[in-house]
Write a protein that binds this ligand. Structure first.
Ligand code: DAH
Length: 345
């Protein structure tokens, strides 16, 4: 039995030494020291030995068990440490490697221009007003002094939904809606928004684009107020050296009506490709609110007067940033949009 024990010990120690992983060492522990292992069997079989041999054999089995346990624990410690360092090595990160840059977003150039224009007028005491894009014929035309059959309706080819409902062709209907809502009180508003026209898309036309409308109504509002406002606006948007000029024009909802040009910001008035050699660039339409429009909005034209203007932010952005095709605004090509990263202020 003693010999059997020694053999068992050598066999166990040999297996422990050659174990190369925590898992195989655990298998060895179960095999030799477990409840169903040979050492437990030997201890269980002690009862069959003559009484005088039991203490000696008991001590011997305990000694073998102690030795095997001790060597196994030591080997386990070594293997565990090796496993940890292998894992650390595998997970090691080279902190000197260059990082992956995170792309940052920026505002669309059109959003920027609209906000810049809004900010200027807000600083002059205007409120921002909005209206629906699906609009009643009444607000889009009728209330703006464009009754059915008026030839000027043809100036704007419309998308009709029903006989009385259409996609608004301009932001001017917000003028009529605001007058109704203000019930005779004076006000100043700016109305940005999308508009729609039955146009074939090309470099300078789009079936959907943006407008910004302005309207001021009150007592003693005069043409000089309009001129002063537009002059400040032109200088703010295009530089303090800009001059403006008002040319007579026609809009059904204003009388008199004008178009505003600014002196060319590229050549300063000498004549170049931006101003097509004229020294002037057309920016917007404006005028004094027509008495019929005031009346339909619930204002007495003998007591109140007003001025209005309307402009296209796409055109302003195209001029300001030298963009040659209006379709760039709507096709979401990041190479286009990203060019306005640095200009962000
Ligand atoms: N609604 C006009 C258009 O779409 C632009 C316009 C011109 C608006 C003169 C106005 C204005 O308020 O006074 O062409």
């Amino acid at each position: 039995m003693e010999q059997q024990l020694n053999q068992l010990k050598e066999e166990a120690l040999g297996a422990i030494r050659s174990a190369d992983s925590v898992r195989s060492l655990n298998d060895i522990r179960v095999k030799y020291l477990g409840k169903k292992g040979p050492i437990t069997d030997l201890l269980k079989g002690m009862g069959k030995l003559p009484a005088e041999e039991r203490p000696k054999m008991g001590a011997l089995v305990n000694e073998v068990r102690g030795k095997v346990t001790e060597v196994l624990e030591a080997r386990m410690a070594v293997l565990e440490e090796e496993a940890v360092s292998r894992k650390l090595e595998a997970e090691a990160i080279d902190v000197t490697l260059p990082g992956t840059p995170a792309g940052t977003g920026n505002h669309h150039p059109l959003t920027r221009i609209v906000e810049e224009i809004e900010d200027f007028f807000i600083s002059m005491g205007y409120e921002v007003a909005e209206g629906p894009e699906v609009e009643k014929d009444y607000y889009n035309f009728e209330a703006l002094n464009l009754p059915k059959g008026h030839p000027a309706r043809d100036m704007q080819d419309s998308f009709y939904i029903t006989e009385d409902v259409l996609l608004r062709t301009h932001t001017s209907p917000v003028q009529a809606r605001t007058m109704e809502a203000k019930e005779g009180q004076p006000f100043r508003i700016i109305c940005p928004g999308k508009v729609y026209r039955r146009d074939n898309d090309d470099a300078t036309h789009s079936h959907q684009f943006t407008q910004i409308e302005g309207l001021v109504v009150g007592e003693n509002i005069r043409m000089s107020d309009l001129k002063g406002t537009l002059d400040r606006f032109a200088k703010k948007m295009f530089g303090e050296e800009r001059e403006i000029r008002l040319r007579p024009s026609y809009f059904p909802f204003t009388e008199p009506s004008v178009e505003m040009d600014i002196s060319c910001f590229k050549c300063g008035g000498e004549g170049c490709n931006v101003c097509k050699g004229t020294g002037w660039i057309e920016i917007l339409g404006a005028g004094m609110v027509h008495p019929n429009v005031l009346r339909m909005g619930g204002y007495d034209p003998d007591v109140m007067s007003g001025f209005a203007f309307g402009m296209g932010p796409e055109r302003i952005a195209m001029l300001k940033y030298g963009i040659d095709d209006i379709r760039h605004f709507y096709t979401d090509d990041v190479r286009f949009i990203a060019q306005f990263h640095r200009a962000e202020g």
